[in-house]
Design a protein around this ligand. Structure first.
Ligand SMILES: Cc1cc2nc3c(=O)[nH]c(=O)nc-3n(C[C@H](O)[C@H](O)[C@H](O)COP(=O)(O)O)c2cc1C
Length: 192
């Protein structure tokens, strides 16, 4: 970006990928949203899979929630907060992601994995990579991993382990860079 020129904010919504009652991932999502909101270069909002209008009697674009599609079309990038369920992703997150296709193409995605165990959702992230690739998203390599998430927040959802602040900054720096690069590409370089 040339000096003196102002950048249109990057619109990077955050998808909270589980509807489970008592989900710890909600604490993670709220923490990360507050870190994102400290950055004037990003505009964000929460997309909660629990709140999406989805039917279970169909799948894919045929049952698309138009509000979701509008947000994904507008998005420059995405954050996905995903808990690990039996090493995989929650079915409802996949059901939600499947509602769009073209709207994702050449946009950045950063993963925040959440687990009760010691691996910080790294296995669920590995499992989501082929899915987002098929959707046309471009994943960053700098994940954010919350292992033993039950120890990272108090009962009120306040972060108890400050190390995550620096980790979130690193995660967001890479996502912002990738989001900028891909937006520049989409806006200025015609597809071959
Ligand atoms: C169906 C199910 C499967 C789970 N499988 C795993 C797992 O494979 N590895 C793990 O570390 N934690 C596992 N957990 C624990 C979650 O990671 C834990 O609930 C954590 O708090 C994140 O999920 P949450 O947002 O639903 O709370 C599982 C939880 C559920 C409900």
């Amino acid at each position: 970006m040339p000096e003196g020129q102002t950048e249109k904010p990057l619109y990077i919504p955050l998808i909270l990928g589980t509807p489970r009652q008592g989900r710890q991932s909600e604490h993670v999502a709220m923490f990360l949203l507050s870190e994102i909101r400290k950055r004037p270069e990003i505009e964000t909002e929460l997309i909660d899979v629990r709140a999406l209008k989805m039917t279970l009697s169909d799948a894919g674009r045929e049952m698309q929630d138009p509000e979701y599609a509008k947000k994904i079309l507008r998005a420059d990038g995405l954050v996905i907060v995903v808990p690990e369920y039996n090493h995989g992703y929650p079915g409802l997150l996949k059901h939600a992601l499947d509602m769009c296709l073209d709207e994702y193409i050449h946009k950045a995605v950063g993963f925040c994995g959440v687990s009760a165990g010691p691996f910080g959702g790294s296995r669920v992230i590995e499992n989501l990579l082929p899915v987002v690739r098929e959707l046309g998203l471009v994943a960053t390599s700098t994940d954010l991993n919350f292992s033993k998430v039950q120890d990272a927040f108090d009962d009120a959802g306040r972060l108890t382990d400050e190390k995550y602040v620096g980790r979130a900054a690193k995660f967001l720096n890479e996502l912002v860079w990738m989001t900028r690069v891909l937006r520049y590409g989409r806006e200025t370089i015609p597809p071959l």
